[in-house]
Design a binder for this molecule. Structure first.
Ligand code: BGP
Length: 471
């Protein structure tokens, strides 16, 4: 039996400004934290942008977006998730007035989407904190960021009212636990960052996120505003109750973010964690009320699941999407060591829905792989990416299962629908796209675009409302 996805299901793809736009210093854009991280999370931060930083050029989407949106439309996209580069709107982050050229770029981009009936889904902050806010304020550790973010978000809601209906406040907000610079613009090296400062920064982001929900609804009552969580289901490595509790505790560290966004209060297990770790969150008057502005929907990324154990001797560490855990002996891994678990997606959809009873949106999922460009039968270059088709097919079958389970799912945006620069390793050779981009890690390439085999496959999946998926 193949599941027919609802006609209202929002099929599409996802990207982030800093990973594909390029044009890092054009039209008044300021520097962001990404412009000084040439090796992603694997290497040091530079003083100034350096030529080996692939993100400075990205895939030149800033100048080629019309061609790319046309290709997305050809696949039948109903939604396109991208982010706004904060530094195009407020180059330093603490200005009082926005940069008109930056605002105009996104106006044009969203108009281009609407031309094809594609709904934009916009992340307000996706790993691109203005560098000035990072260096001068230490990023989200500083309470002042709440005000800067509020001004930025208010500018966006006002400008794009009626043009953007779906908003996400912070990309993978829980990733700050592991990548405080990339995720939270925190300049203090993570080895030196205290838990006190980390959780205070998290509090500021949670307050900022709830503020965005509040003002977004005031400015545009039709806007739907969601949070975005890095989901990574954590299974106990064995049935040993020690492992079960270790897995539960590890899940709590991440559920915390969804719990505050969806329920509007700090959960008891976090209060205990704060007590036991000597953390005291400084709350300003009004914060508790602001947090009650809960999100309209929960969105999340899903790539891998991990295991947890109470016994460090039985741990075989695996790689993961910014987080890692104990390896699952039943699963295979991608070329980058990320363990592939399609059923984990059904599991996480059910877990979130049982917990929150709010609509869910899968806004990232996909396989990073090395592709080989070949000449197709028609003489046009292409990629036979059957491995990617299999990965996506198997995950979408599980989305169908979750729909059958009664989970309310708004849509699915495949990550990196066009090849772009990887967030963790800053490589272009880690490709996710349905569209191949001729650009390479050594900075060579024509930037030409070619349809991969998966392009036609995804087009078919969308056209048949998922009925072409293979069980
Ligand atoms: C998520 C990020 C994305 C994206 C994706 C894939 O963590 O939200 O920005 O890049 O993971 O990760 P990577 O690019 O490291 O392969």
């Amino acid at each position: 039996m193949t599941v027919k996805f609802p006609e209202s299901f929002l099929w599409g793809g996802a990207v982030a400004a800093n990973q594909l736009e390029g044009a890092y210093n054009e039209d008044g854009k300021g520097l962001s934290t990404q412009d000084v991280a040439p090796q992603g999370i694997k290497g040091p931060i530079t003083e100034v942008p350096t030529e080996d930083n692939m993100k400075l050029v990205g895939i030149d989407f800033y100048h080629r977006y019309k061609e790319d949106i046309k290709l997305f439309a050809e696949m039948g996209f109903k939604v396109f998730r991208t982010s706004i580069a904060w530094t195009r709107i407020f180059p330093n982050g603490d200005e009082l007035t926005p940069n008109e050229k930056g605002l105009q770029f996104y106006d044009d981009l969203f108009d281009e989407c609407h031309k094809y009936g594609i709904e934009p889904l916009v992340t307000i902050s996706h790993y691109e904190t203005p560098l000035h806010l990072s260096k001068q304020y230490n990023g989200w550790v500083n309470r002042e960021l709440v005000g800067f973010y509020e001004r930025y978000a208010r500018t966006l809601f006002t400008r794009y009212k009626g043009k953007v209906k779906y908003w996400l406040t912070f990309n993978e907000i829980n990733s700050i636990l592991h990548e405080p610079f990339m995720s939270g613009g925190i300049y203090t090296p993570k080895e030196q960052l205290s838990k006190q400062d980390l959780y205070q920064a998290i509090h500021h982001e949670l307050v900022a996120s709830a503020t965005a929900v509040k003002i977004g609804h005031e400015i545009d009552p039709d806007a739907q505003i969601g949070c975005m969580i890095l989901s990574m289901p954590t299974y106990p490595l064995t049935p040993n109750p020690d492992d079960v509790i270790a897995a539960m505790k590890s899940e709590h560290m991440n559920y915390f973010f969804g719990d505050v966004h969806a329920r509007g209060v700090y959960p008891g297990y976090m209060k205990r964690y704060f007590r036991e770790n000597g953390i005291e969150i400084h709350m300003e008057p009004g914060d508790a009320d602001i947090l009650k502005h809960t999100v309209d929907f929960i969105s999340f990324s899903y790539y891998v699941s991990i295991c947890e154990t109470g016994d460090d001797n039985s741990r075989n560490q695996t790689e993961g999407n910014l987080f890692s855990g104990a390896a699952n002996p039943y699963l295979e891994a991608s070329e980058w060591g990320w363990q592939i678990d399609p059923q984990g997606l059904r599991y996480v959809l059910n877990m979130f829905y049982d917990r929150y009873q709010k609509p869910l949106f899968i806004v990232e999922n996909g396989l990073g792989a090395k592709d080989v460009l070949i000449t197709g039968e028609d003489g046009v270059p292409t990629v036979n990416d059957d491995y990617r088709i299999k990965y996506l097919n198997d995950h979408l079958v599980q989305v169908g299962e979750a729909l059958e389970d009664g989970v309310e799912i708004m849509g699915y945006t495949a990550w990196g629908c066009i090849d772009l620069v990887s967030a963790s390793t800053a490589e272009l050779s880690k490709r996710y796209g349905f569209i191949y981009v001729d650009r390479h890690d050594d900075n060579t390439g024509t930037l030409d675009r070619y349809r991969k085999k998966s392009f036609y496959w995804y087009k078919d999946v969308i056209a048949t409302d998922g009925q072409s998926l293979q069980r």
